[in-house]
Design a protein around this ligand. Structure first.
Ligand code: SAH
Length: 247
């Protein structure tokens, strides 16, 4: 008998186009003990008869699925976000295999929800969605044919998370929980504003600078204390806030 799972792992489908896949994804997560399904801008209104049919006994997960307009909203309270991608990317985001991803997810889920984000059936995830992810997870496949069906990819990741729940993790609980995705986004806006104010970033020619800054901080998973320190440092060096010494 499997145990009911408690870890708050959230499965997020970004702009899914086939209702059948949404139903099959609900089933794939429930059978592994998870319940949180979020749909970001599904192409068809949710739920459809086909998604109900494909969800089988996971209709509760399907009907409780939250629908959001943006990915940022879907993951705002998460302390760690993975993007599942069938393709390797130019910008060299940290890569995990499903087993490593699941171990990190279960560890981080002790303090905040963790999201695994899946892309649209045709387009996958774009760089804008990857900007919100701490890392990418690739399911190893045949070199010539690397794209799984969406619900199959969800099944593989949900299964790995389920297995990881039973593997003892010798790491101690973190001193401070990971900062939430929402707070990290506020930090990036603050960072960008300060480097525009300082003249380091030309807003008319930003190139890839903020993407690289995101990659750097996403890789280290700032915790809440570290984030507060960074915000304090930014405020202290912001030229726009500097008080001119009096004569
Ligand atoms: N044509 C798209 C593939 C979409 S498949 C592309 O090239 O990106 C739909 C989603 O399933 C993907 O966005 C991804 O989240 C997931 N997926 C499919 N195959 C995967 C793989 N090998 N590893 C990780 N995720 C995968």
């Amino acid at each position: 008998m499997t145990q009911p799972s408690a870890a708050p792992i959230r499965f997020v489908l970004f702009q899914p186009s086939h209702p059948g896949n949404i139903g099959a994804a609900a089933r794939a997560i429930k059978v592994m003990g998870y319940h949180e399904l979020v749909l970001v801008k599904p192409e068809q209104q949710h739920p459809q008869a086909e998604s109900r049919a494909r969800s089988s006994n996971a209709r509760d997960v399907l009907l409780n699925a939250r629908v959001t307009e943006t990915l940022a909203e879907a993951v705002a309270d998460c302390g760690l976000v993975f993007g599942a991608s069938a393709r390797r990317r130019r910008l060299n985001w940290p890569e995990y295999n499903p087993r490593q991803c699941a171990a990190e997810a279960i560890h981080a889920a002790a303090t905040k929800p963790v999201a695994i984000v899946f892309g649209n059936e045709q387009a996958g995830l774009t760089n804008d969605e990857l900007n919100l992810c701490n890392g990418l997870v690739y399911i190893p496949t045949d070199a010539e044919y690397s794209s799984l069906n969406l619900a199959s990819a969800v099944q593989v990741l949900a299964y790995e998370c389920r297995v990881a729940e039973d593997i003892p993790d010798p790491r101690p609980e973190p001193e401070s929980p990971n900062a939430s995705s929402e707070d990290i986004e506020l930090f990036y806006s603050h960072f960008e504003q300060v480097i525009v104010n300082s003249g380091f970033l030309n807003p008319d020619n930003p190139r890839n600078l903020m993407r690289r800054v995101r990659r750097l901080f996403n890789r280290v998973h700032l915790d809440e204390n570290e984030l507060n320190i960074m915000r304090g440092i930014l405020s202290s060096v912001d030229p726009a806030k500097r008080v001119e010494p009096r004569d």
